[in-house]
Design a protein around this ligand. Structure first.
Ligand SMILES: [Zn+2]
Ligand SMILES: [Zn+2]
Length: 260
């Protein structure tokens, strides 16, 4: 199983996941041309993609989907409730490529388990399993729940939102109060602080690789997210580099993860 994040954050989110039998994208929030360019970095072409699975309707998760699907005849999978928001934003995608899931589903040898996550529109996180491992993607969630934890625990690799530093967000002069409240709210985005608490639970149940994702450009930095979360884990006796490896997903691809 290979996992390659093409882009992360408000500029666009897209993650490539490959098994021996299938190649998919979870979200495609960058342009089709840019998606293809970044896939080419690892020797994958647009035609190779078997499906795009969508988390939710926000543009930073589906900007490239319509053009990509038309160009490469790619099926798009989304939950029925997510389709309600996605459908009006598509004009080029063939109806036959609009696939609905409602619960666990399979694409080739990949078993995909959606879990609903609290956001300001209907939104899902995913656990993707093959015989080679278990990977989870969790971004765009205002808070974590026991149900989410039960779904993702035991994943070797987790892309976990670390959207903002609460102090930077509070002190921001760029964001109006209403937007700050939305981001920090129960249906907004996960802070570094909350991300660290969830990361601790994941590490205690076997996760060995966490990639901090969907960082705010305005209210976080890669260094701050990494340092804050590593330190908070360290205070609980979890040593970054020994008990867990922590990376940060950026707006450009950083590295490829291989699970055997
Ligand atoms: Zn987003
Ligand atoms: Zn969103």
């Amino acid at each position: 199983m290979r996992v390659f994040n093409l882009s992360s954050g408000s500029d666009g989110n897209a993650t490539y996941i490959e098994t021996d039998g299938v190649r998919i994208l979870v979200d495609d929030g960058i342009s089709c041309a840019e998606t293809v360019k970044r896939l080419n970095l690892i020797g994958v072409s647009g035609e190779d993609i078997d499906a795009i699975v969508l988390t939710h309707e926000h543009t930073d998760h589906m900007k490239g989907v319509d053009v990509f699907s038309k160009k490469f005849n790619t099926p798009i999978y989304a939950h029925n409730d997510v389709w309600k928001g996605v459908y009006p934003k598509l004009s080029k995608t063939a109806e036959a490529n609009m696939r609905i899931f409602d619960g666990q589903f399979e694409i080739g040898d990949l078993l995909i388990s959606p879990v609903e996550i609290p956001h300001d529109v209907k939104c899902f996180g995913f656990t993707l399993e093959s015989g080679l491992g278990k990977v989870s993607l969790l971004t765009d969630l205002g808070h974590t729940t026991d149900k989410i934890f039960e779904s993702v625990k035991g994943s070797q690799l987790v892309y976990l939102e670390a959207n903002h530093d609460v102090t930077m967000l509070r002190n921001s002069t760029k964001y109006p109060l209403a937007l700050k409240m939305r981001i920090a709210g129960k249906n907004g985005h996960l802070s570094n602080d909350d991300s660290a608490d969830f990361a601790e639970k994941l590490v205690l149940t076997g996760t060995r690789q966490i990639v901090l994702s969907h960082l705010s450009k305005e209210n976080n930095t890669p260094d701050l997210a990494y340092t804050y979360i590593s330190k908070k884990l360290g205070d609980k006796g979890i040593v970054e580099g020994t008990h867990v490896k922590i990376d940060v997903a950026l707006t450009v691809p950083v590295r490829i993860f291989k699970l055997k």
